[in-house]
Design a protein around this ligand. Structure first.
Ligand SMILES: [Zn+2]
Length: 132
């Protein structure tokens, strides 16, 4: 478990947005799309302490909204297509972006909680600091 000693926030977030354990980067973080593994299969880090709750969904709504709305407005102003064209473009794009971003954002939030030592991750953080 020497990986835990010098794991920076950037490294932990990078590992988790790719769906890996923030501690070792080897074990899988999520299964069944958004379910978090209780412990890492590779290093044994307890991951069930995460409390991401609805925060990933809020962030994804904000991110997707900031991507889709300017594009939608630009297309409307520039081309003024029929509404069915808007529906055919923006609904699938919005759904696709939301579904792709949800596990990525959830991983990042879990890594942030893990690194800061929020909730039950506090014990893990103390153990990491003690090994320094
Ligand atoms: Zn791990």
């Amino acid at each position: 478990m020497t990986e835990t000693v010098q794991t920076s926030l950037t490294t932990a977030v990078w590992r988790s947005v790719r769906g890996r354990c923030p501690n070792c980067g080897k074990g899988r973080l999520l299964h069944k799309y958004l379910k978090v593994h209780p412990t890492c299969a590779s290093c044994g880090e307890e991951l069930h302490h995460q409390r991401a709750d609805d925060f990933p969904a809020y962030l994804v709504v904000a991110i997707v909204g900031h991507i889709v709305m300017p594009l939608l407005l630009w297309v409307e102003i520039r081309f003024q297509p029929d509404y069915w064209v808007h529906m055919a473009i923006w609904l699938p794009l919005t759904l696709f972006l939301a579904l792709v971003l949800l596990p990525i954002v959830k991983g990042g939030i879990i890594a942030l909680q893990w690194h800061i030592g929020m909730h039950g991750f506090e014990t893990s953080k103390r153990a990491r600091i003690a090994r320094l």
